[in-house]
Design a protein around this ligand. Sequence first.
Ligand SMILES: [Zn+2]
Length: 333
Amino acid sequence: MLIGTSDSHIPTIENYSPDLTAPDTVAKYWLRLISDPLGQAICIPLIVARGAHDGPVLGVTAAVHGNELNGISVIQRLFSDIDTSDLHGTLIGVPVVNVPAYIRKKRRFNDGTDLNHIMPGKENGNISQLYAHRFFHRLVIHFDSLVDLHTASTGRINSYYIRADMSQPSTRDLANVQNADIIVHNPPSDGTLRGAAAEINIPAITIEVGNPNLFQKRVIKSGVEGIHNTLCHLGMIEEEPIENQRDTVLCESSQWIYTHKGGLLSVKTDILDQLSAGESIATLRDIFGETIHEYCTDEAGIVIGRSVNPVTQSGGRIIHLGKISTNHQIIRP
Ligand SMILES: [Zn+2]
């Protein structure tokens, strides 16, 4: 339903509908979700490429956390390359899901809630629950598959890695074609967008595309390649997938290792280092420079992410360690 036109002639809609966009067309929309205290609409941006041919609907979402920016650039590049005359199905990009957080350059929604813990929201809920509910029910329910783009949180850096429920074949396939450094088998915990989509049988993966508050060319390119391969895998484009140049490591689980005291932390290991059990990973010093503790791994694994901010309180994150799976079910695209 068309309800208005913004200054830039991008139509504002209340609901996404598959027939909104004509076949063989790329269109941009503002999807109105809520209104602010002045009564002004708060809308999320959508880019829809509807192919000339029938096929599945792939949703690609970014900035569910408002300061995780690389996914925005991935989506923009994806649509700058798309040729709808060769496209089977519909590609829907949401460059920013969490608009109130994006405007404030923050991770969380403007009531302090992590949107990725409350999906699919609540119809008669509080402000973040309502926003999540309308986003999910006005848009996400129309997807046949979902790729949700994130980055590390402030003060940390990540490898280019996927979180996916590898026990579900269609989700596993989506993960395997991304050419990632690491895939972590992770059944979605309640409240994530990925988990809420999976609950209504939409195969969904999370891609961690680099670090927050930045546009990083190398990982943006990886993200675009991964989604290109997803379009090939889903039969939406008849092109060759990009070959995996990395040795993707599959992890059966992962965990953060935390400090037990506050101080100044120097992490010794780097992203993608493979560590054995008992290996030294970090030194904690007090404010006078005296060493308080040397941290070591309990188990062998691969470094998925690490802290880069030395200032740490008790319980601060050190490294995100993946337990490498012996069951290498990585399918090369
Ligand atoms: Zn995130």
